[in-house]
Design a protein around this ligand. Structure first.
Ligand code: GSH
Length: 207
């Protein structure tokens, strides 16, 4: 069944992890930009507050991390049972990183890049398990990898070259990022000029 993502028009934002996962596994999806209408029609009976939403048949989900983990489970790429707690911790960290990276840029918090972003990048670097190619697994990306790639695209878009230089300085993170972006369907998605940017021009780093 084709699942549906509800998100704002013109950019992918917090919907990007779900989009990347669905692109990578080759699953069909649609995107509806009527955020206010859809939330208004659902919020009187379901615990939904903000987009992204994922609608899969009768199931309606909110919260980026939950949506991405659900899609990973549905497509057989969840982390192993013994890694669930560490994966959840990383997922919560990634949600914090997303909010700070975006809101820091939106609110003009220039010291975010020098003070907090490097510490968050160390968290990402230290979240790799020894010898693993992807976060928490050696076989294939799991839901954390798509959430983490969304941080790379967001930081690059919002903070530009200084953020990229910092990410390049974390060897495991950067090697992983290259490997993620070299995956054929991920590469095709990013190479496709019809794919939307991760954010909107007002928060884009100056050229
Ligand atoms: N923790 C939520 C945050 C959701 C969120 O802040 N969504 C933004 C778009 S990225 C939004 O539409 N906010 C509108 C609002 O909070 O009223 C998640 O990760 O899904």
């Amino acid at each position: 069944m084709t699942c549906e993502i509800v998100y704002w028009p013109g950019f992918t934002g917090r919907a990007e992890p779900a989009i990347l996962l669905l692109e990578d596994v080759g699953a069909p999806y649609t995107i509806d930009n009527d955020v206010q209408g859809r939330i208004a029609s659902l919020a009187d009976r379901l615990p939904v507050f903000a987009c992204p939403l994922l609608i899969d048949g009768d199931l309606v989900l909110s919260q980026t991390s939950v949506i991405t983990q659900y899609l990973a489970q549905r497509h057989g790429i969840d982390v192993a049972a013994e890694d669930q707690t560490a994966a959840a911790q990383f997922g919560y960290n990634l949600a914090d990183i997303w909010r700070e990276t975006y809101e820091g840029r939106k609110d003009g918090v220039e010291h975010y890049l020098t003070e907090r972003f490097p510490r968050w990048l160390d968290v990402m670097e230290h979240s790799f398990q020894d010898g693993k190619r992807w976060y928490f697994t050696d076989d294939a990306p799991s839901w954390l990898d798509y959430l983490a790639l969304n941080i790379v695209t967001l930081a690059t878009y919002c903070w530009g070259e200084p953020a990229v230089a910092q990410m390049q300085g974390r060897a495991r993170l950067w090697e992983w990022s290259d490997a993620m972006q070299a995956r054929p369907r991920i590469k095709a998605y990013f190479d496709n000029s019809a794919s939307l940017p991760v954010a909107y021009p007002e928060v884009q780093a100056p050229a």
